[in-house]
Design a protein around this ligand. Structure first.
Ligand code: CMP
Length: 368
């Protein structure tokens, strides 16, 4: 068990999790071994497992109509695959084939769902990587005709409708569960198709009805297209942190914690999620900071050098109604707990785990 938790902790998406969380995940993993050249996932098949590579290597392959293989990526120890089918419910977007002897952990969809719900920080990181993968696969996909004529720019792939007709673009967006907009331009006439998780949501071209717009654009044999990808939302979370944090109420967080080490761990995790962090080690410095800076939430020790939770809540409430998260600790006296339980906008964690803190921040973001 100790060995397994070490391996799992070295996987980037699990970095921020504490021992208890890692143990929770380990109980749900199945250990599997593969020889070289074994197909772990087959493109088009339904998928109910994702895999974390412990050691070895896999290639991610897509195929054109003639069956020619394009390797869109190679993944090694610490990386994972197979998450897309679990998140989207769509068939496997690529084949995954081992290139060496490989050892992996497999995680079933049911357990994957439980883990994402319990540790939302993982879904943020998975969502971000999934969006990058889609971009890469889209750029390299060989089943689009004349794909070498596609250019991948800042906005996503673009090219000519002569090379890639709209019907193929639609098929491609559906097959890859794309969220984004296909923009078409024929001699200045501009239309667009919006997709959400591979489903066509809206078609527009001038004043035409959606049916007319689609019929017209499908018949275009020349003109240009551009695919603009949007970040994918996962259960209310957006994986692109720059956009997310602009939209969220809570963006600036004060960490009011006496231990510099705990301060640092939480600061690093929150910075990684795109929050701006301010730090203080006692109530008086914290209150000073709150007067000067635009702070939206406070994460605090229950006991600080110049006072306990009750005193802190009282002082803060004289200034603002910002949510406060206290870091729980064992054997807290009832008189210390009472003001925490009674005050509105105040929560306490069961542990010092970053995932639990993030969950509470998200709670305040959603519920105010
Ligand atoms: P899934 O669609 O379930 O099965 C195939 C997997 O290949 C997919 O999930 C991803 O995990 C992985 N994959 C697809 N495209 C890429 C890419 N461009 N880079 C890395 N992995 C990818």
């Amino acid at each position: 068990m100790i060995q397994l938790s070490k391996i799992l902790k070295s996987v980037p998406i699990f970095h921020t999790l504490g021992k208890e969380s890692i143990d929770f995940i380990i109980q749900r993993l199945k250990f599997k071994t593969f020889g070289p050249n074994e197909t772990v996932c087959k493109i088009g098949d339904p998928g109910d497992e994702m895999y974390i590579i412990i050691n070895g290597e896999v290639k991610i392959c897509v195929y054109d109509e003639q069956g020619n293989e394009t390797v869109v990526a190679t993944l090694k120890a610490g990386e994972y695959f197979g998450e897309m089918a679990l998140l989207t419910g769509e068939p496997r977007s690529a084949s995954v084939i081992t290139t060496k002897d490989s050892e992996m952990f497999a995680l079933h969809k049911n357990d994957f769902d439980v883990i994402l719900e319990r540790f939302p920080s993982i879904s943020i990181s998975i969502g971000k990587i999934m969006s990058q993968r889609l971009r890469e696969t889209l750029a390299k996909a060989s089943h689009l005709p004349n794909v070498n004529k596609l250019e991948t720019g800042q906005q996503g792939p673009r090219g000519s409708l002569k090379d890639v007709p709209l019907v193929d673009l639609i098929r491609f967006c559906e097959a890859n569960s794309l969220t984004g907009t296909v923009k078409l331009d024929k001699n200045g006439e501009q239309g667009q198709l919006e997709f959400k998780a591979g489903q066509l949501q809206k078609v527009s071209l001038g004043n035409l009805t959606e049916d007319q717009a689609l019929d017209t654009m499908i018949s275009w044999t020349d003109g240009n297209f551009e695919i603009e990808l949007k970040p994918i939302k996962l259960d209310g979370l957006v994986e692109d942190k720059t956009e997310t944090k602009e939209q969220l109420k809570i963006r600036h967080i004060l960490i009011l914690i006496n231990s510099l080490v705990v301060q640092k761990i939480i600061e690093r995790a929150l910075n990684g999620l795109g929050y701006k962090v301010f730090k203080a080690r006692n109530i008086s410095d914290g209150l000073d900071l709150m007067e000067k800076e635009d702070i939206h939430l406070i994460i605090s020790d229950i006991k600080l050098p110049d006072g306990e939770a009750g005193a802190l809540i009282e002082q803060i409430r004289k200034q603002n109604e910002n949510p406060i998260i206290f870091l729980g600790e064992p054997n807290i006296k009832e008189e210390v707990l009472t003001p925490i339980k009674k005050s509105s906008g105040v929560k306490i964690t069961n542990s010092h785990e970053v995932s639990e803190i993030v969950q509470l921040i998200e709670h305040f973001n959603q519920n105010g």
